[in-house]
Design a protein around this ligand. Structure first.
Ligand code: AMP
Ligand code: GLY
Length: 426
């Protein structure tokens, strides 16, 4: 088979690593890819936002399967365009991608189908948004309706903060069109976990749980990022809790999307809060998490490709996946300054030494090849140093031993990934 992976981050590197290892894969392309992905796939210089270019390439090369990594091309309709031209694609249609593309769509769906989530209001103008917050208890969570690269969520502790956030999102338009309408919801308390499942429109195949660290600084301080590290499994998602998540959240969602005439196909990534009253849905993403995907790929023993194909073909009920008993943990190395301004093109040494350690993979999130075989940074999140181990604590020790072999003065990482997991948990 000829496969095309769309995207250029650590998530796509991990996916390419798994797919390249499949005996079913004859040729692997990645658009646009990065310097690490280039070891697994032929990188082609087409951006993930160039829908027409991606479709033309898939047709020209007679690609058998396109796997779309990030959400933006899915929300823009890439899966629909590929399907129309007869190219098989892993990833939801534009209509089904609204689960991530519009927070208001998701909340209304939850209300209609009784899926547990925070109480909310959907507000279309600043005046009604401000009267809504004046009548609500603090803290409140204020969310821009559309895609905002993971940054469109503000937790407001006071009425003044809530009103200022409404002005920023709706009047000053800090997130552009994404802030034209808002979802304002109740603040949920509990432990946050992520859960992933493959969905073929009707059948659901649970994958695994993970936990990530969104803040840039140790001890969950500093600005929100795309994620500074992740581990799997998430101890808070016990088998009993996972069964509840499936029955109370994932299954009703998949049935609801089918009933609405927008069947969901692809990977469903549920952001959950495990509260005293049980699991509640915070959000859905219509793609693998980054860096959660990296730890899932480390733990997956089975070939990923047949699972992707079964998802596209609606036969997930015929498939079983095998997992390593081991846990996995990934540490993100980012350019100093990220998620604010940072330099690109700085030299990184020692990646081969780190990757040569047992049970360690270094996935590239933002790199490019420099002159004379050097490796240069080319983004905010740059490397995902990922390790497996019998326990999360063991995986963590291996991952940081690998991090310590990487010589990159312009980079930084959090040293406290998986701080919630003490050795007693394992
Ligand atoms: P989202 O972009 O919806 O994932 O929101 C970003 C982060 O904000 C989540 O990962 C949570 O940590 C937090 N968050 C979002 N909604 C809520 C909520 N209703 N209650 C508490 N925390 C929330
Ligand atoms: N790591 C969070 C995300 O992929 O959205």
């Amino acid at each position: 088979m000829k496969i095309l992976v769309v995207g250029s981050g650590g998530r796509e590197h991990a996916l390419c690593w798994k797919i390249a290892a499949s005996p079913l894969c004859d040729k692997l392309y990645c658009a646009p890819g990065n310097a690490g992905i280039a070891h697994e796939a032929e990188c082609v210089p087409i951006e993930a936002s160039d829908l027409a270019g991606l479709c033309a390439f898939a047709e020209d090369k007679a690609i058998d399967l396109v796997l779309v990594g990030p959400e933006a091309p899915l929300v823009a309709g890439l899966a629909d365009l590929l399907t129309e031209q007869g190219t098989k694609v892993f990833g939801p249609s534009r209509a089904a991608a609204m689960l991530e593309g519009s927070k208001g769509f998701l909340k209304d769906l939850c209300a209609k189908y009784d899926i547990p989530t925070a109480e909310y209001g959907r507000l279309a103008d600043p005046t009604s948004a401000k009267s809504f917050v004046r009548e609500s208890d603090m803290p409140l969570v204020i969310k821009a309706d559309g895609l905002a690269a993971g940054k469109g969520v503000v937790i407001a502790n006071t009425l003044a903060e809530a009103e200022a956030t409404i002005d920023e999102m709706m009047v000053e338009k800090t997130f552009g069109a994404a802030g034209t309408s808002l979802v304002i919801e109740e603040f949920l308390e509990g432990e946050e976990v992520s859960f992933f499942a493959l969905v073929d429109g009707k059948n659901i195949l649970p994958l695994a749980s993970a936990q990530d660290h969104k803040r840039a600084g140790e001890g969950e301080t500093g600005p929100n990022t795309g994620g500074m590290g992740a581990y799997s499994p998430a101890p808070a998602l016990t088998p009993k809790m996972q069964a509840r998540v499936m029955k109370e959240i994932i299954e009703p969602t998949v049935r609801a999307m089918a009933d609405e005439g927008q069947p969901y196909r692809g990977v469903l990534y549920a952001g959950l809060m495990i509260t005293e009253d049980g699991p509640m849905l915070i959000e859905y993403n219509v793609r693998f998490g980054d860096p959660e995907c990296q730890v899932l790929c480390m733990r997956l023993k089975s070939d990923l490709l047949p699972a992707l194909l079964a998802t596209c073909d609606g036969v997930l009920d015929t498939l079983d996946l095998r997992w390593h008993d081991d846990a996995a943990l990934s540490v993100v190395m980012a350019a100093q300054g990220y998620p604010g301004a940072y330099r690109e093109g700085t030299e990184i040494h020692g990646v081969e030494k780190a990757a040569a350690l047992d049970d360690v993979e270094v996935f590239h999130a933002g790199t490019k090849a420099g002159p004379g075989g050097t490796l240069l940074s080319a983004g905010g999140r740059v490397l995902n140093v990922t390790a497996s181990g019998r326990t999360i604590v063991e995986a963590k020790a291996r991952a940081y031993a690998a991090v310590d072999l990487i010589d990159w003065p312009e980079g930084f990482c959090r040293r406290d990934i998986a701080w919630r997991v003490s050795s007693q948990h394992n």
